[in-house]
Design a protein around this ligand. Structure first.
Ligand code: ACO
Length: 196
């Protein structure tokens, strides 16, 4: 459980909030001083969760930091919290997504440039809460919000746990080999009639 020295509840008026480059929860309303305070707290939350995700994946450098999000144009972080935990609430998980222009191999091995490819960039649920369906809740919220389907998502360096997650919840198994670190599933290039 990830607790902070400050009360997270004003930032989480709902269990899942969305954060983009302004480093404010999408639900946030406040004056300039309140915004500054909120962005500083949000930065701390994102940096801590990003570091925990990196630790879980044994990465030397976190994929997710507040600074990186601030500089990004088309990345979104979904954060999941439990406001009833302890005195200040606790943050439980993070899902970072974005779009990228990628050169990808299709099923026949031909290279295609795919603009605005939906990408799953970082995903983490705290160890104490894994395998309880919370990752699925966060992922489903993201899919609905972004209007994406799982089969149309590319996944950046998925861990074994994420591969298991995508297989279990979305039946995604057969991949299309790529030269980069992204994993694509069969059906990615289909016109939509057979989406998962
Ligand atoms: N070992 C193996 N598989 C696991 C584990 C685990 N410890 N935890 C979750 N899974 C997979 C399994 O398929 C599991 O189904 P099962 O219990 O029937 O075997 C399924 O996920 C459970 O689904 P949820 O409960 O909805 O998922 P959860 O809340 O655990 O979140 C997540 C999934 C985000 C992958 C989480 O396990 C996690 O944070 N793992 C550590 C960090 C990580 O590997 N993140 C992905 C990095 S790659 C990237 O982000 C592009």
């Amino acid at each position: 459980m990830v607790e902070f020295r400050f009360d997270i509840r004003p930032l989480f008026t709902q269990p899942i909030v969305k954060v983009t480059s302004n480093l404010l929860p999408h639900t946030f309303r406040g004056d300039r001083r309140q915004c500054l305070d909120a962005t500083s707290k949000m930065s701390e939350i994102i940096d801590r969760l990003g570091q925990l995700s990196a630790n879980a994946q044994k990465l030397n450098t976190p994929v997710t930091t507040a600074q990186r999000l601030r500089m990004s144009e088309n990345q979104t972080i979904y954060l999941l919290a439990d406001i009833n935990q302890g005195n200040n609430g606790a943050v439980i998980g993070l899902l970072k997504v974005g779009t990228k222009d990628l050169y990808l191999f299709d099923e026949t091995g031909q290279t295609r440039k795919v603009e605005n490819t939906p990408c799953i960039l970082d995903f983490y649920i705290h160890e104490s809460r894994q395998r309880a369906g919370l990752g699925k809740d966060l992922f489903e919220t993201m899919l609905a919000d972004e209007k994406w389907t799982p089969i149309k998502c590319s996944v950046d360096r998925p861990s074994e746990k994420l591969l298991g997650f995508l297989k279990k919840h979305y039946g995604l198994v057969r991949t299309i080999p790529q030269a980069n670190n992204f994993v694509l599933y069969e059906g990615f290039f289909d016109d939509g009639s057979s989406s998962a």
